[in-house]
Design a protein around this ligand. Structure first.
Ligand SMILES: Cc1cc2ncn([C@H]3O[C@H](COP(=O)(O)O)[C@@H](O)[C@H]3O)c2cc1C
Ligand SMILES: O=C(O)c1cccnc1
Length: 341
């Protein structure tokens, strides 16, 4: 289904007026004013609401870890999934602090968890193939991942969806997607990820450059996704497309989540109307990736974690935008004098 742009000139004027009539100097709530307007346009109303926000954390493994591109071993992916289920990860803490639902999805972790309460099992494979040697996944598997992500979001009740991920090696996949979809040189798309040395970053760059040279034919978004992408990235891209189609607010986290959005935006550019960019990550390349999307992130906290942590931390700002628009008095209702010059 196509995603509709949120543009609605009449509603935009009503929202501007509602914002400007609040008891504050014009424009003085800064970015929160733009956010309130965006939420109004997404929800197609002046009475905006934040209802049952949820963060979906997609986990999967990457065959390209065989090239030595992460500072941590692949087992950390499943071990961190266990940590999410036990409530001990950063995202558990920040989601709980902000009364946000958290859903952990196994999109393709290289580990058998068995039936586990709290884990949404959508495992499509035990990780991807090593894209240094062959495409990460087949075109069919990529389609299945996109469709699975769409179906997951179709079940959600809330009107705000945050996206997070876990997958050792996924900054390499994300950097490759960034390069292919923006044309920015690989050297500017790679970063330290979980903490590579300068030498390690250079090796990561060379692995991606060699893979890009090997898979020159992949240029269209779906092909690029299947060639380099992780299963969690593909499932997230599908989930994002469905969330925008359903006119939900999409909260975008860091480098990897934004790379999934790059793919989704190439498929359906109007998705960007629905995106709130939680933060600018410290991962080298995220700022340029955001610029390529013309995105203005809310926070800049030096985070480089992923898991959806930026989304959870930005959620109070969404509440603030909705609350000021819904609850503040107007100059008229509070009998406050308006600007005199
Ligand atoms: C303990 C731990 C917890 C994490 N939580 C998220 N990531 C983050 O780091 C990984 C990407 O970095 P790279 O591409 O360098 O492997 C992803 O799993 C991402 O979510 C973590 C990484 C570690 C080690
Ligand atoms: O920006 C991110 O989300 C990020 C950066 C480094 C490692 N993991 C995630």
């Amino acid at each position: 289904m196509p995603i509709s742009p949120t543009r609605n000139d009449a509603l935009a004027v009503q929202l501007d007026n509602a914002i400007n009539n609040k008891t504050k100097p014009l424009g003085s709530l800064g970015v929160l004013e733009a956010l309130a307007k965006q939420l109004g346009l997404i929800q197609n109303t002046r009475a905006i609401s934040i209802s049952k926000p949820a963060i979906l954390v997609f986990a999967a493994d990457h065959g390209v870890v065989a090239e030595g591109i992460s500072a941590y071993p692949q087992d950390v992916t499943w071990q961190m999934v266990e940590n999410f289920l036990a409530g001990g990860a950063a995202i558990n803490v920040f989601a709980a602090q902000n009364s946000c639902d958290l859903r952990v999805i196994d999109a393709g972790v290289n580990h058998d968890f068995g039936p586990r309460s709290g884990l949404t099992d959508r495992k499509l494979a035990h990780g991807t193939h090593n894209f240094a040697q062959q495409p990460a996944m087949s075109s069919e598997l990529c389609d299945t991942a996109l469709a699975t992500g769409m179906a997951l979001v179709a079940e959600l009740e809330g009107n705000v969806v945050g996206f997070g991920e876990m997958g050792i090696g996924n900054t390499t996949a994300a950097a490759a997607l960034m390069h292919k979809l923006t044309g920015i040189p690989v050297a500017q798309c790679v970063g330290a990820g979980t903490g590579l040395s300068a030498e390690g970053i250079l090796h990561k760059q060379h692995v991606i450059e060699a893979a890009v040279a090997k898979h020159v034919h992949a240029t269209e978004a779906h092909d690029v996704l299947a060639t380099f992408g992780g299963l969690e990235i593909a499932m997230m891209a599908g989930a994002m497309l469905k969330a925008a189609e359903l006119r939900k607010v999409l909260l975008i986290d860091g480098f990897i989540v934004t790379s999934a959005l790059l793919v989704a935006a190439r498929m359906q550019p109007a998705i960007l109307d629905y995106c709130v960019f939680a933060h600018c990550s410290n991962e080298n390349g995220h700022q340029q990736m955001l610029e390529a999307l013309n995105a203005k992130p809310l926070l800049n906290l030096g985070l480089r974690l992923g898991e959806g942590t930026g989304c959870a931390l930005a959620l109070p700002l969404l509440h603030a935008a909705a609350n000021f628009l819904n609850q503040m008095a107007t100059f008229e209702s509070a009998q406050v004098s308006e600007k005199s010059e």
